[in-house]
Design a protein around this ligand. Structure first.
Ligand code: SF4
Length: 577
């Protein structure tokens, strides 16, 4: 769908945020202090009305409660886990969860979400948002149920991989990986792009929140219960219609997931290759494309309640490799960008990242920076070895690469393929110019999920070249995706959602929904402004024609200053809601 850019959606801060008949959740924030081992509950009904849930509510809470100067790896950081109203429904695309906190990689406020089977167990605790604060003096597990919270010291789990941690929790508590948010060895070792893992193979991928929770010395948090979130106004008919459409769809994604477009990306020169030196992988793409992934897929894979089922359980019996994925981004980061043309080698990298709890994009790009510096492209054995050394920080090279490209590119003598410190994904903004602009403006950094404008550039809804008229579209898409993240609706629902469906699902005008999304983006930006982020951070490592003009237009649409800063009057209006 093309997102409408409604004039009255932009800067429309006169809205109240509470609309009669609107889908609403009520509930408490559960604050878990791992220093003091105490728990408090605070009603957040107002924030739930104004921000829906998920990323929106967590962003508002973070803005109010994390000190602007906090160290992402210190006790002042807070990690939020939150759900939305649809996690109580039977609608496809809702098997996801949100996590928010200060990123050890970008140093900014950041949200990330994961699929899998956690969301319903989280909702069954009866709270829409959990906040983890402080810093434990020993390695802990935290068990959250509808009946209370239990803390348990687990020194024996130090260094345990993600599957080993799940197996231990299964044995001790009968709770498998689908109940858990786990920090792998990479998070314990404060690798800056360590992710939080759930359901063993699903990652809250970007930005290093695994290290933020690892710094608090929390190994895993379990969720279980029989409670129900207090959700009202859910349009069951609209939800059921979307679920039916997802089930009936014959989308190629059901067979090949996000890898289904790899050949097209290669033909369009939007498949970064050889540490971004090239934009196609003609000589090797056949070995790692969607068909190659599908040839290793042995069953259908999904997230809870999702009939679209785009996940990719794969295995190669000859080499004894079994994993879930690789998704497109991992095929790029551990395949074309490293000149690896064997899908089993990419599967093995994927499996290692999941086992140790590493973001596959940042890990692959950082390994690529090292291979570029050593001229060792295509050496799969070295690549797998490096992933393990990074996760353990167990030698000089592993320790260096654990810092991410932004901090080490000068030492390696390679280009800095990051924006705001976040390593680039695979949709190449040098060809998809709106994508490039969106990488620069995203509060998270180089982030393909923040606006997803590349979808329109790939399918011809807008031309890939040039930035004319794209700034308002990037802003509107960022707002819409913030709505998805706040309701925690998977962004792969895109082909099934129209403006009318958004409106009927939420019981509110589409423009009002965009205004909610805009508040989320604005608060993230305002928080990061207070940490020193400004226009100089909305930058790309390459030139795009018309970029500075488009950036000015983007700021203008949002009502921000030409320095990329949220003015006080807009911030005050947002904070009043
Ligand atoms: S579309 Fe795919 S990633 Fe999204 S919820 Fe469904 S199975 Fe999970």
């Amino acid at each position: 769908m093309i997102v409408s850019v409604h004039a009255n959606a932009i800067n429309s801060y006169t809205v109240t945020g509470v609309v009669c008949g609107m889908l609403t959740t009520k509930g408490d924030l559960l604050t878990v202090d791992v220093s003091e081992r105490t728990v408090t509950r605070t009603s957040i009904d107002d924030h739930l009305s104004a921000y829906i849930g998920g990323r929106g509510v967590a962003t508002r809470l973070a803005y109010d409660r994390i000190p602007f100067g906090a160290d992402p790896l210190g006790p002042g950081n807070r990690v939020y886990l939150s759900t939305g109203p649809f996690q109580t429904s039977r609608m496809s695309f809702t098997g996801r969860m949100n996590a928010t906190g200060l990123s050890p990689l970008t140093n900014g406020l950041l949200s990330t979400n994961a699929g899998g089977f956690l969301s319903r167990h989280f909702s069954a605790t009866g709270v829409p948002c959990v906040e983890i604060i402080g810093e434990s003096d020993e390695l802990l597990t935290v068990h959250i149920t509808d009946g209370g919270v239990e803390f348990e010291a687990v020194p024996e789990l130090a260094g345990a991989t993600v599957p080993e941690t799940s197996a231990a929790m299964e044995e001790q508590r009968g709770l498998g990986g689908e109940h858990l948010v786990t920090v792998g060895p990479a998070g314990e070792n404060l690798v800056r792009y360590a992710c939080l893992m759930t359901s063993n193979s699903r990652a809250f991928g970007r930005g290093g929140l695994g290290a933020a929770l690892g710094a608090k010395r929390v190994k895993t948090v379990s969720f279980d219960g029989d409670a129900e979130l207090a959700v009202s106004g859910l349009n069951e008919e609209a939800a059921s219609e979307i679920h039916g459409d997802a089930a009936a769809s014959d989308s190629m994604m059901k067979r090949q997931g996000t890898t289904s477009g790899i050949d097209v990306k290669n033909e369009l020169f939007s498949l970064p290759t050889e540490y971004f030196e090239r934009m196609d992988f003609d000589e090797g793409v056949e070995g790692i494309n969607g068909a190659a992934v599908e040839s290793k897929k042995y069953k259908r894979g999904t997230c809870s309640m999702c009939a679209f089922a785009c996940k990719l359980p794969t295995r190669d019996e000859a080499r004894g490799v079994e994993t879930e994925g690789p998704e497109f981004e991992t095929v790029f980061s551990f395949g074309s960008n490293l000149l690896v043309d064997d899908i089993v080698d990419v599967m093995q990298s994927n499996e290692l990242c999941d086992r140790y709890g590493l973001d596959t994009i940042s890990a692959g790009v950082t390994v690529g920076a090292y291979l570029a510096s050593e001229d060792r492209f295509g050496d799969a054995e070295l690549i797998h070895d490096l992933v393990e050394r990074i996760a353990r920080r167990d030698d000089e090279v592993g320790d260096l690469l654990a810092e991410g490209v932004d901090r080490i590119h000068e030492e390696l003598g390679v280009e800095n393929w990051t924006s705001k410190g976040l390593e680039f994904p695979g949709h190449d903004g040098r060809v998809l110019h709106g994508r490039g602009l969106g990488y620069a403006t995203a509060n998270r950094g180089a982030d393909h999920m923040y606006s997803k404008i590349h979808n329109l550039e790939y399918n011809g809804e807008i031309g890939p070249e040039g930035l004319d008229g794209k700034a308002p579209l990037v802003a509107a898409l960022e707002d819409l995706k913030a709505v998805n993240d706040s309701a925690v609706i998977c962004k792969f629902s895109r082909s099934f959602m129209t403006e009318e469906r958004y409106a009927s699902l939420f019981g509110v005008d589409y423009e009002e929904l965009l205004a909610i999304g805009e508040r989320v983006v604005t608060l993230e930006r305002a928080f990061n402004n207070r940490r020193g982020f400004d226009r100089t951070d909305d930058a790309l490592p390459y030139d795009l024609p018309g970029f500075e003009t488009a950036l000015n237009e983007y700021y203008d649409v949002r009502g921000w200053t030409t320095r990329g800063v949220v003015p006080d009057d807009i911030l005050e209006a947002v904070l009043e809601v």
